[in-house]
Design a protein around this ligand. Structure first.
Ligand code: F6P
Length: 360
């Protein structure tokens, strides 16, 4: 008798909406089409470092209800590079061989890794080193993974940011204020640009297009001349000061992350124009909650396609969404091409044509 295939699946990096749709579809396809077993690995590669590896068998009955659930039923982490893993005693250790061993202890024939460019790069390095059969699925609200139009999590984040603008609109108009919405996206301005257009922002600031305070104030003047007493601004977290300095928040442990550009701009706009400003930092709200229909759709298509790649023996590849089709590319190709906003692309052109100020 031919041994049934046993495949693992893990989610790595920051969570987002839509991850469970991928897991669910992969389990459906593996079990019902191919009769394979699926094992869900806990907390990204950390589950493979533990002994015994922390993993749970998945089947259709178990995953059927998770389509609408946010986050990931498997848990995830965006910390702890296994090639330089921070140990409790303060040292760092290469734990890659433990992960590779964990894959073999679980008796896996292949692994589906759902992650952003950083996670996919780490997973690929592990796969090359250990000769593991890896297939990648792109996920990140930042939508900056190369070779794919969409990554899991982006559509829901844009939906949430758009809804925030819709809500801010009325309070901005009621109080004649400049309302600034700070959104995530790391170094890419995709969330700000898409939500800004969809939510009717007057000013969209993204890291890919340098801005000046002067053009922001010109836009405020233009709106006043048009008899509009308020302004909606959406800014991506990695937008810098006018001098090009990043705006970061540092915690008690000295760890820095993006945060604060909204408040920085609020003060600068208030000082330069006298406008009353308020700031909303959307934060992790963008990552949580119910996945949008598009997310569920693409997540399901990705889950099925990832299992089919394994069935075809096509490893070291990542599934992609392009021109309403699921295709695949070598993982190396996807992670080699970081995808920021194209300043000459269709969405920037659309925003400019609608009279939206991009700060330049
Ligand atoms: O990469 C996804 C992302 O949500 C970024 O947009 C954001 O800068 C970062 O992760 C936040 O990470 P954390 O969950 O560690 O605060």
């Amino acid at each position: 008798m031919v041994k049934p295939k046993r495949i693992g699946i893990l989610t790595s990096g920051g969570d987002c909406a839509g991850l469970n749709a991928v897991i669910r579809a992969a389990v459906y396809r593996a079990e019902s089409t191919y009769g394979w077993e699926v094992v869900g690995i806990r907390q990204a590669t950390h589950g493979l470092m533990l002994r015994p590896p922390e993993a749970t068998p998945l089947n259709i009955e178990k995953v059927d209800p998770i389509l609408t659930a946010g986050g990931t039923i498997l848990g995830t982490t965006n910390k702890g590079d296994p090639f330089a893993f921070p140990m409790p005693d303060g040292t760092v250790r290469d734990r890659s061989e433990e992960i590779i061993e964990g894959y073999h202890i679980l008796g896996l024939d292949a692994l589906i890794g759902i992650g952003g460019d950083g996670s996919l790069a780490i997973l690929r390095r592990l796969a090359v080193q250990g000769k593991l059969n890896l297939v990648g699925v792109p996920k990140t609200i930042d939508n900056d993974v190369g070779s794919t139009d969409l990554s899991i999590g982006f559509d829901t984040a844009v939906t949430i940011a758009t809804e925030a603008l819709d809500r801010l609109h009325f309070t901005a108009a009621s109080h004649s204020r400049v309302m600034i919405l700070e959104v995530m996206g790391r170094d890419a301005g995709h969330i700000a640009l898409s939500a800004g257009i969809a939510g009717g922002a007057d000013i969209i600031l993204i890291p890919e297009i340098p801005y000046s305070l002067e053009s922001i104030c010109d836009k405020l003047d233009e709106r006043h001349r048009q008899g509009k007493n308020y302004c909606l601004v959406i800014v991506a977290e990695a937008v810098r000061t006018e001098k090009g300095e990043p705006v970061m928040m540092t915690n008690m442990l000295g760890q820095s992350r993006f945060g604060g550009i909204g408040h920085y701009l609020a003060d600068r706009i208030c000082a330069a124009s006298g406008a009353e400003t308020r700031v909303t930092v959307l934060g992790h709200i963008q990552r949580g909650g119910t996945p949008s229909p598009i997310e569920r759709l693409i997540g399901s298509a990705f889950g099925v396609a990832a299992v089919d790649l394994i069935a075809d023996g096509k490893f070291d590849r990542m599934v992609t969404w392009r021109n309403r089709q699921v295709e695949s590319v070598p993982i190396a190709e996807a992670i080699a091409h970081y995808k920021g906003v194209d300043p000459n692309g269709i969405l920037v052109k659309t925003a400019r044509s609608m009279g939206i100020c991009l700060g330049d």
